[in-house]
Design a protein around this ligand. Structure first.
Ligand code: COI
Length: 355
C-alpha cells in the first residue's frame, strides 16, 4: 500500500532566506535549520496535502497522542556537495525503507515512496545553498513521523504528520569518544523496539548516558538486556571492534538498529578483503583482547557520527585505553566512505543519488 499517490506537492517559498544569520564555521550539530521544511498529514486513511513551506513552529493540540504515548519515529540521512557544486544524497532508499519499517513497528501507516522522494529532492534543491562543499560539511536531513490525533486513549493514532527538516552539519563528536560498557541499564530487549528508529529509544538512553558523562564518557555501549554479556550498539551509532585484523560487529536483530553506515562499512571492508564477522561479540572477549593487546580499534559508525574512533572504554570501573591508530581501519573506512559521499571516487556500490 501507499507506494504512490496522486497528491500534488505544494511549494510555499520563503520571502527571504535566513542563511546569512548562520555561522557555517561554528555549527553545533542539529541546531540550525534551513529555510524550508516538508509536511504531510495522514487523515481519513490517507496521506494528504504534501507541502513544502517555510521552516517554523507547528500548532498541535497538547492532547495529540505523540505527547502521551511517544508514537514517533525518525530517520537521519545526509546530503553532500561535491567540488563542482553537485549535491548528492547517500543511500536514501535505505532510509525510506527503514522509516517505514520503524513505522510498522509503532503502528504508524507507511509513507508513499513517490511523495518521499519528490519531497526530499525538491527540498534539497530548494535549500541547496545550505549544503556547503568541503570535507566534513553536510546537510543532515531529519524525516520524522508523529501521532497527531487528539485524545489520550492508549491506542494508535488515526492521524499523523510526516515531516522533513534539514540542518547544516559538521562533526557530531568533536573530541575523543570514550564509552562505558553497560552492565545495568539496557537500551532494548528481545521483541522490543530496538530495531526501530523510535524516538523513545533515544530518550530512554539520556539518563544512563548522563551518568556516563558525569564520569567523562560520551556514550554507552549497550549490551544484551538479559545478562549484559554481549555488546550491541552505542545508541547514536553501531559499533565495530578490530581484533588483530578482523572486524567484529554485532549481528542485526530486533534489538539493534540496522545502520546504513554500518552496512556500508561492512561492504567496504569486504571489498578490501578484510575479514568481517557479524556475530555476537562478548564483553569478555573484548576485555581479554584489550588486556592481551589484540584489540586494535573500536569505532562507531552512524549517519551523524560518520566513523568515530573510540579512544577508551570503561567496564565495571576499569578503564581500557586504546592506542591511536593513524592508519587504522577507522581512518581507512572514513576516507573511503567520504570519498564516495563527496563524489571524489568511483561509486562501485551505487550508493550516491544525485539531487
Ligand atoms: C543518526 O546518525 O542519524 C542518528 O540518528 C543519531 C542521532 C540520534 C543524532
Amino acid at each position: 500500500m501507499n507506494s504512490s499517490t496522486n497528491q500534488k506537492l505544494e511549494i510555499q517559498k520563503v520571502e527571504s532566506s535566513r542563511i546569512a544569520e548562520v555561522d557555517f564555521n561554528n555549527l553545533t550539530f542539529g541546531s540550525a535549520f534551513t529555510d524550508h521544511m516538508f509536511e504531510c498529514d495522514y487523515k481519513d486513511g490517507e496521506w494528504q496535502n504534501p507541502t513544502i513551506k517555510p521552516y517554523g513552529p507547528l500548532t498541535i493540540s497538547p492532547a495529540a497522542k505523540v505527547f502521551h504515548y511517544g508514537q514517533a519515529v525518525f530517520e537521519g540521512m545526509k546530503a553532500f556537495k561535491d567540488d563542482n557544486g553537485k549535491v548528492w544524497l547517500f543511500r536514501p532508499e535505505q532510509n525510506y525503507l527503514r522509516i517505514n519499517k520503524s513505522s510498522v513497528r509503532l503502528a504508524i501507516p507507511e509513507f508513499p515512496r513517490d511523495v518521499f522522494f519528490e519531497a526530499l529532492t525538491t527540498l534539497v534543491k530548494l535549500d541547496k545553498e545550505w549544503v556547503k562543499p568541503g570535507q566534513g560539511n553536510s546537510l543532515y536531513i531529519r524525516p520524522f513521523v508523529i501521532a497527531t490525533q487528539v485524545g489520550v486513549s492508549a491506542s494508535p493514532s488515526s492521524e499523523y504528520k510526516f515531516m522533513i527538516l534539514m540542518s547544516p552539519a559538521q562533526a557530531y563528536y568533536t573530541g575523543d569518544v570514550k564509552v562505558v560498557i553497560a552492565d545495568h541499564y539496557s537500551r532494548s530487549a528481545n521483541g522490543g523496539v530496538g530495531a526501530a528508529k523510535a524516538a523513545g529509544n533515544y530518550g530512554a538512553q539520556f539518563f544512563p548516558t548522563n551518568l556516563a558523562r558525569e564520569k567523562g564518557f560520551q556514550q554507552v555501549i549497550w549490551t544484551d538486556a538479559s545478562k549484559h554479556e554481549y555488546l550491541e550498539e552505542a545508541g547514536t551509532m553501531n559499533v565495530f571492534f578490530r581484533v588483530n585484523d578482523t572486524l567484529l560487529t554485532a549481528p542485526i536483530s530486533d534489538r539493534i538498529l540496522d545502520g546504513v553506515t554500518r552496512k556500508s562499512v561492512i561492504a567496504l571492508a569486504k571489498n578490501d578483503n578484510i575479514a568481517v564477522e557479524e556475530r555476537p561479540v562478548s564483553v569478555a572477549e573484548i576485555v581479554e583482547a584489550a588486556k592481551n593487546g589484540s584489540l586494535k580499534e573500536i569505532f562507531g559508525a552512524g549517519t551523524a557520527a560518520v566513523i568515530s574512533p573510540v579512544s577508551a572504554f570503561s567496564y565495571q570501573e576499569t578503564i581500557y585505553e586504546l592506542e591511536k591508530q593513524e592508519d587504522g581501519f577507522a581512518t581507512r573506512f572514513k576516507k573511503e566512505l567520504m570519498d564516495i559521499q563527496y563524489n571524489r571516487s568511483e561509486d562501485p556500490f551505487g550508493w550516491r543519488y544525485e539531487v
